[in-house]
Design a protein around this ligand. Structure first.
Ligand SMILES: [Ca+2]
Ligand SMILES: [Ca+2]
Ligand SMILES: [Ca+2]
Length: 117
């Protein structure tokens, strides 16, 4: 799950200002490199959070702080959307989104050191 949402977010943000510092973002195995903004070889919780926060803002095309199915249609499958929509009201608030992706971060951080690498 975390990989699909993350991959969707990276694809979405490729070519936007967020990745402007990268010349030709590698879209292969090295996905996480794009999130490693301090280039220490790992993606910290803060780096991940900043990326996902930017992703949320990017997906929220009308800027009302809530994602609805029509906004995520090109990014997430209905199943992914439903998984993020914790209370099942068909709307994903920023806190629902961040809660979900930060739990994905924790799940992905197998070594538990607060860094993905
Ligand atoms: Ca880093
Ligand atoms: Ca919205
Ligand atoms: Ca909701």
């Amino acid at each position: 799950m975390h990989k699909t949402i993350l991959a969707a977010a990276i694809t979405l943000l490729a070519g936007t200002g967020f990745t402007a510092a990268q010349q030709a973002p590698a879209m292969h195995e090295g996905h996480l490199d794009q999130l490693d903004t301090d280039n220490d070889g790992g993606v910290s919780q803060g780096e991940y959070q900043a990326f996902m926060s930017a992703s949320f803002a990017r997906i929220d095309s009308n800027g009302d702080g809530v994602l609805v199915q029509s906004e995520v249609a090109e990014v997430l499958t209905p199943e992914q959307f439903a998984a993020i929509d914790a209370n099942g009201d068909g709307r994903v608030r920023r806190d629902e989104f961040m809660d979900r992706v930060m739990r994905d971060f924790a799940a992905a951080d197998r070594s538990g050191d607060g860094n993905l690498n």
